[in-house]
Design a protein around this ligand. Structure first.
Ligand code: ATP
Length: 236
């Protein structure tokens, strides 16, 4: 069943229109990538969903029209956004950041077990549990940002450039953990990632954006087999 559907979505920053017809769907429990050059509108597509940019068109989530809702309302419906640049709370500890992620939950009793799960998924965070987020490495901050989003127990995770600024080995281990999270939790994911090789380890299908429009959608295998996709996003 479809969890998220964008149909002809437009978005603008003030007078500047940057999305001009983005359509894509994420099935329940599915994982979908957004590919595209710098400035194609990938980040803005995630912002359109989470309600931080003015949008037109249609955005449906779990059977509801969510276009135009405030970010806190979108989050309450079960969408967690891990923004580019991570967005952890620098002065709070790892444990406090994870607890902040859970603040809207009603099932308070399960929170400790979910923190344990995060620390099992990202063992480096266990060692840094009392450290302020500001003192973590880039990779650890990314892990914390994903862990914090998981703590909200969302139905859908929006993940923006989780590999940005990380050493290749660190980026791979972050993606491996996210993949495990996906398999074990069934949380659906919409993934923006410059590094298409990494994206394809996590997503089943992807949509290619060009100047604010979706121009192509295919399975990971189909897209990897296309010359122009290989040239543009896979390094040859
Ligand atoms: P990147 O990988 O470089 O982040 P992207 O595909 O995610 O690219 P967006 O960040 O969505 O692209 O940006 C799409 C367009 O909107 C770009 O031309 C960008 O310059 C412009 N833009 C982004 N944020 C703003 C803003 N706050 N105000 C005005 N224009 C913006």
């Amino acid at each position: 069943m479809t969890l998220l559907e964008l149909d002809s979505v437009t978005a603008s920053y003030g007078p500047v229109q940057v999305l001009d017809g983005v359509s894509l769907t994420v099935p329940e429990g599915g994982s979908v990538g957004i590919l595209g050059a710098n400035g194609a509108g990938k980040t803005t597509t995630l912002r359109a969903i989470s309600g931080t940019v003015r949008t037109g068109g249609r955005i449906r989530f779990a059977g509801r029209d969510i276009r135009g809702r405030r970010p806190d309302q979108v989050a309450a419906l079960g969408i967690a956004h891990v923004p580019e640049g991570r967005g952890t709370l620098a002065q709070l500890s790892v444990r406090e950041n994870l607890l902040v992620g859970a603040y809207m939950r009603k099932d308070r009793k399960k929170i400790s077990a979910d923190i344990e799960y995060c620390l099992d998924l990202f063992p480096q965070l266990r060692e840094r549990i009392g450290s302020r987020a500001a003192a973590l490495s880039g990779g650890e901050q990314q892990m914390l940002a994903v862990g914090r989003a998981f703590m909200a127990k969302p139905k859908l995770l929006l993940l923006d450039e989780a590999s940005l600024g990380l050493a290749p080995g660190t980026a791979r281990s972050v993606y491996e953990a996210i993949r495990r999270l996906r398999v074990e939790s069934g949380i659906a994911m919409l993934v923006v990632e410059q590094n298409a090789n990494l994206a394809f380890t996590l997503v089943d299908t992807a949509t290619v954006l060009e100047t604010g429009r979706s121009v192509l959608t295919g399975t990971s295998a189909e897209l990897k087999g296309m010359d122009e996709i290989r040239r543009a996003y896979l390094g040859g």
